[in-house]
Ligand binder design. Sequence first.
Ligand code: TRP
Length: 366
Amino acid sequence: MTRSEDALETATSDASLARSKARSAEIDLAIDQDPSRFRILTGDRPTGHLHLGHYFGTLRNRVLLQNRGVDTWVLVADYQVITDRDGVGPIRERVLGLVADYLAAGIDPERSTIFNHSAVPALNQLMLPFLSLVTESELHRNPTVKAELEATEGRAMTGLMLTYPVHQAADILFCKANIVPVGQDQLPHLEQARLIAQRFDKRYGRAVKDHPVFRRPEALLSQAPMLLGLDGEKMSKSRHNTIELRMSADETAKALKKAKTDSERVITYDPANRPEVSNLLMLASLCGAGTPEEIAERIGDGGAGTLKKVTTEAVNEFFAPIRARRAELAANEDYLLDVLGQGNARANEVATRTLDDVRTAMQMNY
Ligand code: TRP
């Protein structure tokens, strides 16, 4: 096994995780010193609507980075929808819904770039030379691909599923993003992107003005606590255990009423032994109701009913302005299309320039 193949497999090992965490802390300081050195790229698959797990896990953090002065690029990963399903679903509604979620949460289209895969041909074309830089066995060993394959319950793996880390590398590398805010599970993908940049450089890179075509992207690990779904399992759209950003106050109350708790009347914050109760306390806490321990203390022996009431109030109060903005935005489809159109124009400009550099490096500029 070569050293670089080794790097991909160990991207999730303890030592490597500790290194990624330490490096993330350094990057965080460097952003404060000079945010203009950084461009971040993040994205979401338009397979449903964003929920509170997304909001507290990543969305809020993107807005903070943008507001700290980092050039922020947000990808609506529409081609990634078909990695694990047979059709695109109600794609137009979902894409515009994502744009509305981003804007409502505070992504500012004047400062940030919101764009989608299928509108940026030069980005997708990078996939071709990139595929020549990875091996089939390397892709099969990617821990995230493996995990996703297991989650598809025996469905055959498509070529796109196997190679989507390469496509994701194109997402990151085309726009020369140097930081990618990620959760731990995405670390192997980032390592794959770094390997592709490195290998391209080794094979062709120095032909362009004596500097490498691609930057080496780094992970900015999120410190956000993981929110569970209302059934105590991982919060995910496919499990129907989410509270969506776009829900009304009533829908939120209804969803929270059905949340799983336990039969203990006295409410305590004890994530290890009372995951469902603690998760609701964490959610109320994230929405500004105090620390989870304080909230538990206040509820005392009020039981699950009071806990749900307190959590519902905190969520509805916190999200009221975001939801009002979202409703306004969602009613103005022309504006959403305009924002996406402008982001795509910017992304196309950058992607075309990068592809030109790639052609030059590969001596394909006839
Ligand atoms: N895979 C990511 C998700 O499931 C979306 C995504 C696509 C992405 N391309 C990316 C994230 C590049 C970070 C960088 O939500």
